[in-house]
Design a protein around this ligand. Structure first.
Ligand SMILES: [Ca+2]
Ligand SMILES: [Ca+2]
Ligand SMILES: [Ca+2]
Length: 299
């Protein structure tokens, strides 16, 4: 008498063969097999045999898989599909492995190695047939959504993706301007967002407007720097606008417009009034001084 047993979970094929051959009449014959630990067939019935390695119900270390022996195949349906992967946010541009796990109606779980994977949106460059996902670079924290189907079940998984590098996205990558700023004003891919472009024609290019904090799309919004007041022989009051708390401003001068070093105005007084920054150079001893403003923006 052949022992029909299941060596591995999910050997539904055993039962399928039986069913196909008993369709004409429910007669189950006895056969002798001698293929312990392997697959044996007499042309009518095919079995997965065991020599006793799996004598009981075994559970894998991670608890995801259960192996039973002593059963004529296993009859189960997939209740639902789950996609397993990282539990927390992952860095932009990284790759990661997902797995599709079938939750079966006999309370076991089995990995769907033939799952069909598809990218569903967000920061996914690709996903291959083994569930390896290549994430895109991003301009802000966002999500990547991946789908899988197995048999007639499907599942989705959203993965949180972290924006770890602020200047690495698409056509705006590595140009010195925060990608999120370029996208906010120009959308995801626009040559008008290049650092040296001046789409609003106010004479200040995008790089300058980004650092200064002005709009690259409004001609009337630009950085202004002027000598507001001559305060006696050695005092000059300079006005900078707009001036923002998250930027630092320095005033430099030199007596010759075309030559010499620009030196920081030591001892200058800085007073903020709304978006105006008034700087008083108290040591303008030269007969003539030329000034420049230096804006620093740590973004
Ligand atoms: Ca980025
Ligand atoms: Ca950029
Ligand atoms: Ca502007």
């Amino acid at each position: 008498m052949g022992i029909i047993t299941s060596q591995q979970f999910g050997k539904v094929g055993v039962l399928t063969c039986l069913a196909a051959n008993v369709a004409a009449g429910p007669v189950l014959s006895s056969f002798s097999f001698d293929a312990g630990g392997g697959t044996a067939s007499n042309g009518i019935i095919r079995v997965q045999t065991s020599i006793g390695l799996y004598g009981e119900i075994l559970t894998s270390g991670d608890g995801d898989n259960v192996i039973k022996s002593g059963y004529i195949g296993r009859i189960f349906d997939i209740d639902k599909l789950e996609i397993q992967g990282p539990g927390g946010p992952v860095p932009e541009g990284s790759s990661l492995q997902l797995s599709a796990v079938a939750i079966n109606d006999d309370e076991t779980r089995s990995q769907c190695i033939s799952a069909n994977w598809v990218p569903l949106g967000g920061a996914v460059d690709s996903v291959n047939t083994d569930g390896w996902v290549q994430l895109s670079t991003v301009y802000q924290d966002t999500q990547a959504v991946v789908g899988a189907s197995c048999s007639d079940r499907s599942a989705e998984k959203a993965i949180a993706v972290l924006d770890l590098q602020r200047d690495n996205f698409g056509v705006y990558a590595f140009d010195g301007i925060w990608d999120a700023w370029q996208i906010a004003f120009f959308g995801p891919a626009n040559s008008n967002g290049a650092p040296d472009a001046d789409p609003d024609g106010d004479g200040q290019a995008n790089m300058f407007e980004f650092v200064a904090g002005t709009s690259p799309l409004e001609r009337s919004d630009f950085f202004q720097f002027e000598i507001q007041q001559l305060g006696g022989a050695t005092s000059r009051v300079l006005r900078l606008v707009p001036a923002f708390p998250d930027r630092t401003y320095k005033i430099k001068r030199r007596p010759n417009l075309l030559a010499g070093d620009w030196t920081v105005c030591a001892g200058a007084l800085y007073v903020t009034n709304g978006l105006d920054l008034l700087v008083t150079d108290t040591a303008a001893t030269n007969a003539c001084n030329f000034y420049r403003a230096v804006i620093e923006y740590a973004w």
